[in-house]
Design a protein around this ligand. Structure first.
Ligand code: SAM
Length: 243
């Protein structure tokens, strides 16, 4: 990154490189919640990269319940940025300025999320940070990590423009075969797939302009493909298969 003249010494440039790679339960963009914290059952590992994967670099972090993760919207880079975007919160048909949005299609493609810090593990000096309540895609590069400081970062009475109303929730029906799959998956992996799917679908991941009954959708979680359909306020999970 080359800085404008008169900022700092003109021979100084800053190189940004990933400090970690995120291994997220979300292996495809469809279904990822629009913000962190909306799907508490979602999980990810931040696998620290050398030379940042050092136990002393995270010393003290485990005392915080939440962290800020600054990351690169790496799958947005190819499409570039636009000065205005259409947030899903506005039904996808009204434009706002990119800086009035949390859209991935922005200059520098930087995302920021507050997520729950579950634990930090160190194996053979490789540091992994386990988090939940995430909104990032698998293989997302991490640019920085900071502790969340509630006395300063939380603004309880803040106004939030157009982004205030909660999404509607749905009744979610699992077929007996799908329920059996979820039980088996939990035994094998300890992941509560049923809870995760329920929380994701309660957020209605469909694009704003889709509200046809019985249309089938698919989403990817880890190595699984989940097929489901909306029908009169109910979502039926039809199949779960390994990819
Ligand atoms: N909380 C972050 C923020 O405000 O900067 C992200 C908000 S953004 C609206 C969340 C969406 O970004 C997700 O629903 C997903 O579609 C998309 N996303 C997540 N990780 C991404 C990545 N690595 N590349 C491109 N898009 C990504």
């Amino acid at each position: 990154m080359i800085l404008p003249e008169n900022t700092i010494d003109k021979n100084t440039s800053i190189n940004m490189e990933p400090i970690a790679i995120i291994r997220s339960c979300f292996t495809d963009k469809f279904g990822i919640p629009r913000q962190p914290g909306l799907v508490p059952a979602s999980t990810a590992r931040l696998e620290m990269l050398p030379p940042y994967s050092r136990p002393e670099a995270v010393e003290g972090l485990a005392e915080f319940s939440h962290i800020w993760v600054f990351f690169l919207f790496h799958q947005a880079v190819a499409r570039g940025w636009k000065p205005t975007v259409r947030p899903p919160r506005l039904g996808g048909n009204k434009r706002v300025g990119v800086f009035a949005s949390r859209s991935p299609q922005r200059p520098n493609f930087i995302g920021s999320s507050v997520v729950r810090l579950e634990k930090i593990s160190v194996n053979n000096k490789i540091v992994t940070i386990h988090v939940s309540g995430v909104d990032f895609l698998d293989m997302t590069p991490v640019l920085d990590i900071k502790p969340y400081v509630p006395y300063s970062d939380s603004v309880p009475n803040a106004s939030c423009g157009y982004a205030h109303e909660p999404t509607p929730s749905f009744d979610i029906v699992f077929t007996p075969e799908v329920l059996e799959f979820c039980l088996q998956y939990k035994t094998e992996t300890k992941q509560d797939l049923k809870e995760l799917i329920s929380q994701i679908l309660a957020q209605d991941p469909r694009p704003a302009y889709h509200d046809e009954d019985n249309r089938e959708y698919g989403m990817s979680l880890w190595d699984l493909n989940i097929r489901f359909a909306f029908h009169k306020g109910t979502i039926v999970i039809n199949t779960i298969t390994h990819q």
